[in-house]
Design a protein around this ligand. Structure first.
Ligand SMILES: Cc1cc2nc3c(=O)[nH]c(=O)nc-3n(C[C@H](O)[C@H](O)[C@H](O)COP(=O)(O)OP(=O)(O)OC[C@H]3O[C@@H](n4cnc5c(N)ncnc54)[C@H](O)[C@@H]3O)c2cc1C
Length: 532
């Protein structure tokens, strides 16, 4: 990994350390050059591009997080189909080259979707998806973004269990688990996998299903992220969510400002996770500590829906409706409209990189706080970092984590643009659906819980984390330990938290990894989830 100008040398040191972590003493450049040369002969210079190629620069700088926008891959492969990926992986394996794989490019983990002195496989040209009414399933290629498949299949009234933000890739989201607005009733995104076409590290293409000879691989890919092979096609259950005309949901967003309202939101979400038994209840809550014109302010947002009537909505979310709010945007919605509530276009100045902080930021815009200009809100120039925890409700843990996060936020306010405390509930209904579909590699014990994401948007243009901020984050993670037995969420925890080691299926996962990648090529040559 490399960084621009003044932070370049620090970036290089970090890059070398990362590399040393996976292969002490290995020379990357020559194997990568060999692989790129072979591949451009095999696949052609349209699919294999080096610096100067038509799509090279846009891809090299195209990852979502600023941390991942400075690497210069030796070449970038733009596969069009599985057999291109087979050729790529065989060549990478035999050349012993370092590599990275990118689906939608939204990982905030440095080096997970880009690489210097290595080969990047970028799926931006594999964007096909289709609904098969006979199988009642959806086929999705790995470059597809959530919003693309939602919009494309809306007229047929179906959707996959996919992410809550349109610009995020379906691929990386689902391989890490996948939290959706459909999750309370339909499980994690990966619960709905039917079959997966997978290119193993040695370049062999297999199709894994729940019941065939690759059923162990199938389970590992439900939460194991990028370690078990490259998925070139997903077949997933079609969920019948209705068309644009079917306004089956009621809800939207509620925005709050000030510490009193924020604390009330924390209490309300704790109580809801503890008591809710209804799979039609859908909510994401965010509290933010944000720099508004030089002054830090606490704000909160609830993004909440009920798959049912307004009256049911009002009953389920009564606690949230009772908290004094500065803006509410509620009404009847189709499922497609639900998936657009966190869409970037609704947040002027947020740029193309939507986050669940959008709704919070909208609060400021609606209050006229944007007078400092939109630039400081254009977080495409601010790296985002996050870590996670997993907490049982009703034990004071939500409040405790909130207080620790707030102390952290106040202590480090000079180094960040804003910090976020975000809870996604996992109700028992979601766990039941998951178990009924064969479980995952992280299957949690019975009992509702909340995934906590603590995020920081660093100051404008920052490309590194200071030693003190690093120490502050490590302290915060120690202060908010996961409840015993609960897994961290791979896609919302920091790489140093080693999420896969917290999985109930961790021992089995290691065994499966040994079986499918006996030379440990993936772990040695790719930056990704730790612990295997
Ligand atoms: C703005 C924002 C909103 C988010 N909202 C949600 C949400 O609602 N629900 C949720 O669960 N998560 C959410 N996330 C987290 C998200 O799930 C992860 O960032 C996820 O990694 C994104 O997938 P991607 O394909 O876009 O990312 P990428 O960075 O392309 O990929 C992420 C990881 O998956 C690997 N990978 C990708 N495709 C493949 C493949 N085909 N085969 C093998 N490995 C592959 C990559 O190598 C990388 O390690 C959000 C993240 C952001 C930034």
């Amino acid at each position: 990994m490399s960084f621009p100008s003044k932070t370049r040398s620090i970036g290089l040191v970090v890059g070398y350390l990362l590399v040393l972590g996976v292969s002490a003493g290995h020379d990357h450049t020559t194997p990568a050059k060999t692989a790129c040369h072979t591949l451009s002969t095999l696949l052609g210079t349209d699919k294999v591009q080096s610096a100067g190629g038509a799509q090279y620069e846009a891809s090299a700088t195209g990852a979502w997080d600023l941390y991942n926008q400075f690497d210069k891959p030796t070449c970038i492969i733009f596969p069009r189909n599985s057999s291109d990926v087979v050729s790529a992986m065989r060549t990478i394996f035999h050349s012993d080259a370092h590599y990275a794989v990118r689906g939608g490019g939204h990982s905030a983990m440095p080096g997970w979707n880009t690489i210097s002195n290595g080969v990047l496989i970028d799926f931006s040209q594999m964007k096909a998806f289709s609904y098969d009414p006979v199988r009642d399933s959806i086929f999705i290629e790995p470059g597809v973004l959530n919003g693309e498949v939602y919009d494309g299949l809306q007229s047929q009234g179906v959707a996959p269990v996919g992410g809550r933000v349109e610009a995020v890739g379906f691929s990386g989201l689902a391989l890490g688990g996948g939290l959706s607005f459909l999750s309370p009733s339909q499980g994690w995104a990966c619960d709905r996998f039917r079959s997966l076409d997978v290119v193993l590290t040695n370049g062999r293409l297999v199709t894994a299903t729940r019941t065939n000879e690759y059923s162990d691989l199938f389970t590992a890919l439900k939460g194991g992220g990028s370690r078990f092979g490259i998925v070139t096609r997903y077949e997933v259950d079609a969920i019948h969510v209705g068309t644009a005309a079917d306004k089956t949901y009621w809800g939207g967003s509620i925005n709050y400002v000030g510490p009193t309202s924020a604390a009330a939101v924390v209490k309300a979400i704790d109580a809801l996770v503890y008591s809710n038994k209804d799979p039609n209840t859908v909510i994401l809550t965010t509290v933010a500590y944000l720099n508004v014109s030089g002054t830090f302010t606490t704000a909160a947002a609830a993004t909440l829906f009920y798959n049912g009537t307004e009256a049911q909505f009002k009953q389920v979310f009564a606690d949230f409706l009772a908290i004094p709010a500065v803006a509410t945007n509620l009404g009847p919605l189709s499922y497609n409209e639900v998936t657009k509530v966190l869409t970037p276009s609704q947040s002027p100045g947020i740029g193309p990189r939507a986050t669940n902080v959008n709704v919070v930021c909208q609060t400021y815009f609606s209050l006229g706080f944007a007078s400092t200009g939109t630039r400081s809100y254009n977080i495409s120039n601010n790296p985002y970092k996050y870590g996670g925890s997993t907490l049982y409700p009703g034990q004071g843990l939500f409040e405790k984590s909130y207080n620790n996060w707030l102390n952290f936020s106040i202590n480090f306010k000079d180094e960040v643009f804003g910090t976020f405390w975000v809870i996604t509930p996992v109700f028992q209904s979601q766990i039941d659906v998951s178990r009924a579909h064969g479980g995952t590699s992280f299957t949690p014990p019975n009992g509702a819980f909340g995934y906590l994401e603590v995020g920081e948007v660093l100051s404008f243009g920052a490309t590194k984390i200071s030693k003190s901020l690093r120490a502050g984050l490590d302290l915060l993670y120690r202060q908010i330990p996961r409840s015993p037995g609960l897994p961290l969420y791979l896609n919302e925890s920091e790489d140093v938290q080693n999420a896969v080691t917290t999985y109930s299926g961790y021992e089995k996962l290691k065994e499966i990894y040994r079986k499918y990648d006996p030379t440990r090529f993936n772990v040695r040559r790719m930056v990704g989830p730790n612990g295997l």
